[in-house]
Design a protein around this ligand. Structure first.
Ligand code: GLN
Length: 195
């Protein structure tokens, strides 16, 4: 069975676990860096990227997360998780994990739209995905190898670069598991390539 890790330091962890399980895979809440060896792919949940970064440093996770990213195993960053994956964050000199060739802007939908729902067309996933945005970032710029999967009002809100998948919204907060399912398929493909 495919094992999907969910980084369990902060944020919407339990909802991701349920979504992974609904897709027929096993979910593992990752609280110690050693557990990363057990899983075939990793979800970085939404929450608060600055808090998550503080906890990543506190529990000495950063090198292991970077190694995981280099190992060829897929990673999926949702909302704050997308910020963790991005190579560039507007207003910051340094990225966090910094592996996905995108430039993101935090909290970029404005105060008056702190949270909202939108129906998205996500390439290869769904034409009618009900996406929940909460103080969401968006992708301002994407490198040439990045496939743009979805836009909302002209802004990029979901993208994939090879084994890295990122979205601005919270796919785990509804019972629509199609984007999580897409990630599980990415993991299956990566396992086949590794054989
Ligand atoms: N605003 C948060 C950040 O910048 C992300 C919000 C979220 O993950 N829902 O990290």
């Amino acid at each position: 069975m495919i094992k999907v890790g969910v980084l369990g330091l902060q944020g919407a962890v339990r909802e991701h676990v349920l979504s992974v399980e609904a897709c027929g895979a096993e979910a593992v809440v990752i609280k110690r860096k050693e557990q990363l060896d057990e899983v075939d792919g990793l979800i970085l949940p939404g929450g608060e990227s600055t808090t998550m970064r503080r906890l990543i440093d506190k529990y000495d996770f950063m090198d292991s997360l970077k190694e995981f990213a280099q190992s060829g195993k897929p990673m999926f960053g949702t909302c704050a998780g997308l910020i963790l994956l991005a190579k560039h964050i507007i207003g910051y000199d340094e990225p966090h994990i910094g592996v996905m060739d995108v430039r993101v802007e935090r909290n970029s939908f404005g105060r008056q739209r702190e949270s909202f729902e939108a129906d998205l067309d996500i390439a290869g996933v769904a034409e009618d995905f009900a996406a929940v945005f909460i103080r969401a970032p968006h992708i301002v710029e994407a490198g040439e190898n990045v496939e743009i999967l979805s836009k909302h009002n002209g802004r990029i809100v979901a993208a994939r670069e090879g084994r890295f998948l990122g979205c601005s919204f919270h796919p785990e907060l509804t019972d629509d598991h199609r984007l999580t399912g897409y990630f599980v398929e990415m993991i299956k493909e990566s396992k086949q390539l590794a054989i």
